[in-house]
Design a protein around this ligand. Sequence first.
Ligand code: 5BU
Length: 266
Amino acid sequence: MEPSEAWGVRWEMAASPMAKRYMKVATAKQSLVCLAADRHTMAGLFDLIEAVGPHVAALKTHVDLVDDWTPEAWSRFCKVAHEANLLIFEDRKFADIGKISRSQMAGIYDIRSWSDLVTAHLISGPDIVDGLQASWTDVGRSGGVLLLAQMSSRGNLLHPAYTAEVVGKGTAHPGVFGFIGNGSRPKELQELRIAVGEEKMIWTPGVNLAVGDGEMGQRYGDPTEAVLAGSDCIIVGSGIHKASDPRASAKAYADASWNGLLQRNR
Ligand code: 5BU
């Protein structure tokens, strides 16, 4: 199937080359799954990528939670991810002023040199997006920012008025790839999609086939429902990496998300 057929209006409206790249990969793999690769060792990460690579379209990392992290091992890991045709998304949740966020993209982890996407809060104002974009330019690369418009955790402070401001500023900025929405609440997600319109991506954590409450305030919603409500990518962590058979689990999430997309565009 061609991406234009699978994605319909989103494909036509998406202005960002990174969004097009994601939709192509997702179509080729028939999977709208971003794996939250929250394993704490490099070996665990390599195992995971090998097991699930064919069934996921992107890889979400927390580079600072790996116990035995080294620049060499990480660069090998990113190479393997590229070979597996995965976008790399560092969920760093930047929140500082523009110039410091730009510097934080460098430093020991040098996120600007290997990330295709990063998350940011808009709490410090819109210049954070320019700071992050400048850091990719500094190394001759390009990337996209996902702004946190909602979160999946209970009691979070991203209230509707805040969400509306993030969406208003973010939709107007070409450096914004899209928004993080709450995958655990389809109704909130539908409202977010209406506010965002068709041009930008909405990616959603808080998704698990076992719907309900997770650890420490995490909340989970159903993958197909999230896509039907307007999510373009379900971010799944423990549902895959803690499963007894991560590959089979990744395939199950891929099918649930892909079926959701086909139903949505029917
Ligand atoms: P889980 O194991 O599927 O619960 O992992 C969820 C991942 O998504 C984890 O890496 C979080 O950092 C990330 N996440 C989230 O759970 N909720 C949010 O609102 C945001 C990110 Br933003």
